[in-house]
Design a protein around this ligand. Structure first.
Ligand code: BTN
Length: 242
C-alpha cells in the first residue's frame, strides 16, 4: 500500500480521482491518491467532507479484495476502521473508538470518517476505493462535534510521517483480512465499538428509544437490544443521539 503514490496539491475528491485511475487502467493494487485540499470531498450518505487545507489526512487507497465475497464486504469496513484506530491509539488517542459503521470518534467528537466504494464482479469484490479523511492538525472547526488528533494530544503532528504510518497499518489489517482472520477482526472491531454494550438513546422509526448495541451481523447491520427484542438496523434505519 502506497508504493504507487499520486500526490495532488488540490483535487475535487481523492475517491473520484482514484476512480478515474481505475477507469484508465493506471492503478495497481495499493495505489494511493493523496491531496492537501479537496474542493468536493464526499462523505457517507451523500454528505460532504470538509477539512482545512494542508492540515489533515485526505487520501484514497485502491484495493482489489477479489477474495472477499460480496456478502462479507463488511469485513473490509472492519479492517479499515481498525487500521485507522491502530494509528490513533499509537499516537496517543487511546480513548478513540469506531462509531458504527466506520466513523472515528474520540469521546463524543468525530475525528475522522471512511468512505468505501466497491465495484463487484459476480459474487466477489473487484475493486475497492478506500477513502479516509482524518483530522490531524486542524484546531478550528465549524461545529463543536468535531476534533483532531492534535487537539486531543496537544502536540503538532508530522503529517507525512503519520500518513505513511497509516498506510503501513492499513496494509497490516488488509493482510489479516486476506488471511481470513475474520473472527479476530470482528472481535477487535466490537471491542473498539463506540457505545458497545452500553444503554444508549437512539432514534428508531422516528421515535426516541433506549437500547443497547450487542453486535453486528454478517451484512454489517447493527444489532441493538430494544425493549427485550433484538433488532438489526441498516445505515439509514437508526440514529444515535450524542
Ligand atoms: C464520512 O464520515 O462521511 C466519510 C468521510 C470520508 C472522507 C474521505 S477524505 C478522502 C476521500 N475522498 C473523499 O471525497 N472522501 C473520502
Amino acid at each position: 500500500v502506497g508504493q504507487q503514490l499520486y500526490y495532488l496539491p488540490v483535487c475535487e475528491s481523492t475517491n473520484s480521482e482514484a476512480q478515474q485511475l481505475l477507469i484508465k487502467n493506471k492503478a495497481t493494487e495499493g495505489c494511493t491518491v493523496l491531496t492537501s485540499e479537496q474542493t468536493k470531498g464526499r462523505g457517507q450518505r451523500g454528505n460532504t467532507w470538509e477539512a482545512e487545507p494542508g492540515k489533515n489526512i485526505t487520501l484514497s487507497v485502491i484495493l482489489s479484495p477479489v477474495f472477499l465475497p460480496v456478502r462479507q464486504q463488511f469485513y473490509l469496513n472492519m479492517a479499515v476502521s481498525l487500521a485507522v484506530l491502530d494509528l490513533l491509539h499509537e499516537y496517543g488517542a487511546t480513548a478513540a473508538r469506531v462509531k458504527w459503521p466506520n466513523d472515528l470518534y474520540f469521546k463524543d467528537k468525530k475525528l475522522g470518517g471512511i468512505l468505501i466504494e466497491n465495484s463487484i464482479n459476480s459474487h466477489t469484490l473487484q475493486h475497492s476505493i478506500i477513502g479516509i479523511g482524518l483530522n490531524i492538525n486542524q484546531l478550528n472547526f465549524d461545529v463543536d462535534t468535531a476534533t483532531s488528533l492534535s487537539a486531543i494530544t496537544g502536540t503538532t503532528i508530522h503529517l507525512e510521517e503519520v500518513t505513511s504510518r497509516l498506510l503501513e497499518l492499513l496494509e497490516k489489517r488488509y493482510l489479516e483480512l486476506r488471511n481470513a482472520r475474520h473472527a479476530k477482526l470482528k472481535y477487535e472491531y466490537l471491542q473498539a465499538l463506540y457505545r458497545y454494550q452500553e444503554v444508549h438513546q437512539f432514534i428508531v422509526d422516528g421515535k426516541r428509544t433506549e437500547g443497547c448495541i450487542v453486535g453486528v451481523d454478517e451484512d454489517g447491520r447493527l444489532g441493538v437490544q430494544l425493549d427485550g427484542e433484538l433488532r438489526f438496523f441498516g445505515f439509514k434505519e437508526i440514529t444515535y443521539i450524542i
